[in-house]
Design a protein around this ligand. Sequence first.
Ligand SMILES: [Zn+2]
Length: 400
Amino acid sequence: MRRTRELLRQMRIFRGPHHSPDKSSLNFSICLFPKSRCSTFSDHNSVNYIVNQVYVIQNKLNGMNGVISRRDFLKAGTAFLLVLQQSESLSVITVNGSIPATAMGTSLVHEHFLVDFIGADKINYSRWNRDEVVKKVMPYLLDVKKYGVKTIFDCTPVFLGRDVVLLSRLAKESGVQIITNTGYYGAVGNKYLPAWAFTETYKQIAKRWVGEFESGIEDTTVKPGFIKISVEGPHLTELHKKIVKAAALTHLQTGLTICSHTGPAMPAFEEIELLQKMKVHPAAFVWTHAQAEQDLTQHVKAAKLGAWISLDGIGWGGFEKYATSIDNLRTAGLLNKVLISHDAGWYKPGEKDGGSFTGYTNIFTALVPLLKNREFTDNDIHQLLVTNPAEAFAIRVRKI
Ligand SMILES: [Zn+2]
């Protein structure tokens, strides 16, 4: 009892634009948005009720010098346990099984280990040797571990070299948690779409993706931890609209977050609108490669709707520009909607020894120092690399 009372005293309640129970830090916030605009939990009302209860009890504890009725104490204890349960029940799926979202730790949300640009009609697993790929990639994985990275999202889609047997091995041998995806990649003139993607309905396509979530990818037990799609601007074609609708339906049936390789703002907002029509909250959508949009007010506009802004080409330089874009979102009070990563790697089948390889460390060696010059705190960095990835990818349906 004394321990619970102490925990209750320590809990910090914030009144902000979203709530994120985080059992490690004992920070809780009450969402001030109406439920329709809440970007975090589908059961917004119950979390707010629970946190409010704890808040009331805390005030009593402080005001009455620790004297509190048995009834109030039990009420607060129950509320507290419910919040803990809520945060513990959210999970993500790695290639080696499900883990609590709170166990993701420092995460890189958009990287690649192998990409094969040969095309959907020619790709097959005999184009690379897994032993060789492991040998090439492993030093880079071990290097990034030194910076505390615990989880990496492999954004290579099927027909571009997604190999879950390879990913599972890389994860086991390096100790880094790796998360793979389901979905189809429509950019580059649809070169990476399988023949059936042109003829099937969005429901038929979604059934294939949901099938991977329910039964595993191909003949393995490995399940996808997010949806990766890709579109091309300036406006979405009918084919790409179909891909987005398939992603929306898959989200509603699985709770997996949708990452869409998009680039500029115009197609991003078309995707958001389409998802909303399908009753999917923008909080389930990651605007991937948002750094391609030069008008930073567009980032703010999308983040205000609840979408995740993924600034994810940090493997390729331009660090000041990234710092400016992140700072812009922080100034708008939207740091809680920003994701950062390198889009780096990768082994290239067909090239001698897999070709050139870009490591996954620029964020730590180049970007973080720039952010610190701009007076980003350790908490801000933690938000970008730990809190936001967990919040973005914890599996749950985000319905309007
Ligand atoms: Zn990528």
